[in-house]
Write a protein that binds this ligand. Structure first.
Ligand code: SRM
Ligand code: SF4
Length: 574
């Protein structure tokens, strides 16, 4: 059989001269409206996506602009950095908004080509980088966002920063192109990327650090998930999971969402090197001939954990110990006021689908946040649920903060009920080029309708993770949710049920290709039986899983199923 060839993206990376390509030249060419294939791939490593806003298309003519994504380990930033981003959004985005992402970063949409460099420089002046926010490298490293003053959390944050630093790309291309840095003389064959090499990784790589008290990073969905083990004062070991990932393709059973598998545990001082060793296995064994099969999860799934553990041990000079049981994980969204553990306070504000904007006739979230930061100068932490914490506050600041929220029509975070507070949607239309259906712009209406339906049974305040994505790539991590909607085509969704708040079980495909007008009708029998037959305060996903899905701890799910599970519910409900 003929050997499969590396993908076009592999070729583009290899000939990019360590992420330079012709980006600088095309940028300087005022007549060029857009970048071409190789540069588009390269620019992702710089944190930039070329997009086509589908609302703005004129006939077949695409409307090009750029999305810039920041890299922000653990979602932390200073007041000054927040304000700089608020101003950048006002000046350079098409809709004056900051978009908080599911990986604790910020996206700016609709930046025009002529202002790309100025925007990048403005970010850099605020000491905000975008390098490796996208591309086939270690992406933004996530960390449970709080409580900030607690010693365990401090150590988890330090580990997050260590992983991010160890795996940052070393190329000087970013500084040359965006900051007019000195050019590296490639004639001397300088090896700029001793770890990544000329072709970087076969695909993106994601790492998240969880504590047993807070799995908001969805640790099982990361390529490499770390769970800290601690005695209350210090981290005593770090559990390592490998091979998680969510992207899949509709009806293709050889693509799947997968939970990370336990590799074992390592001493805390070796945890960052453990991640680096895992990344190196991806670099060396990931499939460079098929981007749909290139994530680490396929290496793990194809070769098995025994092979993986042996390969890992060959690459490190420290011990791999047994996995340490840490008990059930929890999800904490930290809304409202909390003590930080160091005498100060933090305050979590719910941001619906991460969109920080002044909504016409609705809450003026962007203005409220700006005023809070200008007045109180808090640190800011982005959460993995697309929300935001104001931190390092004095107790007396809380009243001021709540008054500013009220003044701008922002609902008090603790008044958000269980149906909505854990809900997330990806960006989808109009900017995402891969979107098949709406997500961010549709989920608010749908959660209103679900809330009203659940209220008939007094269940609207039950904590449920409801997640929606415009395609099966999984950007809002739908497959670990109690209830998820995954876009199939405009106005049509697959429904998944059976994950849970702890994020340690996959949902399953419940019904496929359901028109948006019928989503609620299809779910009504499940809600009714949940209300009637739940045990104690059994959550929606747990109930569904026990009664309809055989109480299975699913670790894998595909979007290809002959008989989605709705039939089982209909049989029971009659
Ligand atoms: Fe994502 C691609 C948005 C988190 C899996 N994701 C995209 C792109 C860049 C579309 C593209 O390639 O052209 C989307 C840009 C939309 C836009 O207009 O802004 C996009 N992903 C997002 C964000 C902004 C969703 C959000 O609403 O917050 C998240 C940015 C995170 C960040 O700050 O880095 C985002 N994406 C995720 C997650 C969740 C996570 O990482 O915790 C996943 C699932 C986990 C995983 O990676 O397996 C995810 N995004 C994907 C995939 C599928 C990858 C795969 O293995 O198949 C793609 C498509 C691809 O890479 O080919 C994708
Ligand atoms: Fe786009 Fe699909 Fe990701 Fe949503 S899940 S942002 S539609 S790639």
């Amino acid at each position: 059989m003929a050997e499969k060839k590396p993908t076009k993206v592999e070729d583009a990376k290899a000939r990019s001269n360590q992420l330079r390509g012709t980006i600088a030249e095309v940028l300087a060419d005022g007549d060029a409206e857009k970048f071409e294939h190789d540069d588009i791939q390269c620019m992702k490593f710089h944190g930039i996506y070329q997009q086509d806003n589908r609302d703005e298309r004129k006939g077949k003519d695409k409307h090009y602009s750029f999305m810039i994504r920041t890299k922000c380990p653990g979602g932390r930033m200073t007041a000054e950095q927040y304000l700089a981003q608020d101003a950048i959004a006002a000046q350079y985005t098409y809709n004056d908004s900051l978009r908080l992402t599911t990986r604790q970063a910020v996206q700016f949409h609709g930046v025009i080509k002529g202002e790309l460099k100025t925007t990048m420089r403005a970010l850099n002046q605020a000491l905000i980088s975008t390098i490796a926010a996208c591309g086939d490298v270690e992406r933004n490293v996530m960390c449970s966002p709080a409580p900030l003053g607690d010693p365990i959390h401090r150590q988890a944050r330090a580990l997050t920063d260590e992983v991010a630093a160890k795996l940052a790309p070393a190329t000087g291309a970013y500084y040359e192109i965006w900051l007019d840095g000195e050019k590296v003389d490639r004639g001397e064959q300088i090896v700029e990327e001793p770890f990544y090499g000329e072709s970087y990784l076969p695909r993106k790589f994601k790492t998240g650090v969880a504590t047993p008290e807070d799995n908001s990073v969805d640790v099982y969905t990361q390529d490499c998930g770390l769970i800290t083990v601690h005695d209350g004062e210090k981290i005593t070991a770090v559990n390592v999971l490998v091979g998680g990932g969510l992207g899949m393709t509709h009806r293709k059973a050889d693509t799947f969402a997968r939970m990370g598998s336990p590799l074992g545990s390592v001493a805390p001082e070796h945890a960052a090197d453990a991640v680096k060793a895992v990344v190196s296995i991806h670099r060396d064994f990931g499939d460079r001939t098929d981007r749909r099969h290139a994530r680490l999860k396929y290496v793990v799934d194809d070769r098995g954990m025994d092979w993986f553990a042996e390969e890992f041990k060959r690459r490190v000079d420290f011990a791999l110990h047994d996995w340490v049981e840490v008990g059930p994980l929890q999800l904490n969204d930290y809304l409202g006021r909390h003590a930080q553990g160091d005498g100060k306070y933090f305050y979590g504000v719910w941001v619906q689908n991460g969109r920080v904007s002044d909504f016409e006739g609705g809450p003026r979230i962007k203005s409220a946040f700006r005023k809070i930061v200008e007045t109180l100068r808090p640190s800011v932490v982005l959460t993995p649920n697309q929300s935001l914490l104001f931190a390092d506050l004095q107790e007396a600041d809380i009243d001021t903060l709540e008054a500013i929220l009220a003044e701008h029509g922002v609902t008090k975070p603790t008044d958000i009920n269980g149906t909505k507070r854990y809900a997330m949607a990806c960006v989808a239309l109009p900017t995402c080029g891969l979107a098949l259906a709406e997500a961010e712009r549709y989920l608010p209406d749908l959660t209103d309708a679900i809330e009203a339906e659940l209220a008939k049974h007094g269940l609207e305040d039950e904590p449920i993770t409801i997640r929606m994505t415009g395609c099966p790539n999984g950007c809002a991590r739908p497959y670990t949710a109690d209830l998820a909607f995954v876009g199939r085509k405009p106005g049509v969704y697959d429904i998944f049920l059976g994950g849970r708040l702890a994020g340690d079980r996959m949902a399953e495909l419940f019904a496929d290709s359901v028109p948006d007008g019928e989503l609620l009708d299809r779910l009504r029998p499940v809600f009714e039986t949940w209300a009637k037959d739940r045990r104690g305060d059994e959550a929606l996903g747990d109930f569904y899983n026990r009664v309809f899905a055989g109480d299975e701890l699913r670790t894998k799910v595909t979007g290809a199923k002959e008989n989605p599970s709705e039939l089982r519910v209909l049989e029971v409900v009659g």
